[in-house]
Design a protein around this ligand. Structure first.
Ligand code: AMP
Length: 234
């Protein structure tokens, strides 16, 4: 199973990617998480990305494509993956097509999660994140079991540096301008499935599984590069 999750910040992609990844035994690859790890480790990419991310701007396409190419070549991504937060621009979508062709594989589906702006704003301002494992919580709708600490590893939760009102507004504007048009790119290929992201986490997960099942029963040939020989897509 190779899936892209599209949708604005705060719609729940990260939460759903983690649940779906655990269900299918495939990695949920968040480019935001990868970049935060680069920043934490003060790598060359991290040093370049830090200020860009704090402003809520996009990291350049060539950097992102190199990062994703390298991650998709790792062994755990061979049987499938969920891309959360990538692609975010037309150049990234085209670059990803080239990367998948290079690996002789193709996408199974692209899922677009939707929610109105007021829901996104409320979720983002109440969001708390685990800096260790990347798990997301919400003070209102999805609080951690023990106040202020991650359910998985007990790490103290943080309010992300780019979840300030200014950066949130800027990120949502960039989403509308740069990323939202990608839905059309994948819709034309018959690969797009739309999910209502306002519903409770379990209901969204069920809708997602149903959507992916129906996609599997009616696989798209549009946008396929080469037929994978015995690639055994999950
Ligand atoms: P996210 O955790 O997905 O909200 O991403 C956090 C930040 O990382 C974004 O606001 C961007 O600055 C950067 N970022 C993540 N993914 C990408 C991408 N595909 N292209 C460019 N920048 C990205």
């Amino acid at each position: 199973m190779r899936v892209i999750f599209l949708g604005p910040q705060g719609v729940g992609k990260g939460t759903q990617a983690a649940l779906l990844g655990a269900r299918f035994g495939i990695p949920a690859l968040s480019t935001g998480e990868m970049l935060r790890s680069e920043v934490k480790r003060k790598t060359e990419i991290g040093q370049k990305a830090d200020a860009i991310m704090k402003r809520g701007d996009l990291v350049p396409d060539d950097v992102m494509l190199a990062l994703i190419r390298s991650r998709l070549s790792e062994a755990d991504a061979r049987s499938g993956f969920i891309l959360d937060g990538f692609p975010r621009t037309p150049a990234q979508a085209e670059g990803l097509d080239g990367t998948l062709a290079h690996f002789d594989t193709q996408l199974n589906a692209v899922v677009l999660f939707k929610a109105p702006r007021e829901v996104l704003l409320a979720r983002l301002s109440g969001r708390r994140t685990c800096p260790k494992c990347g798990a997301n919580y919400n003070l209102e709708t999805h609080p951690p079991k023990a106040q202020g600490v991650c359910d998985h590893d007990g790490t103290r939760l943080v309010h992300r540096a780019d979840d300030t009102p200014e950066a949130i507004n800027h990120r949502l504007e960039l989403y509308e301008r740069q990323t939202a048009p990608l839905a059309e790119y994948y819709r034309k290929r018959g690969q797009l499935r739309e999910i209502d992201g306002t519903r409770p986490i379990d209901a969204v997960q069920q809708a997602l599984v149903d959507a992916l099942d129906s996609q599997r029963q009616a696989p798209s040939t549009v946008g396929a590069h080469r037929t994978p020989q015995g690639s055994g897509s999950a």
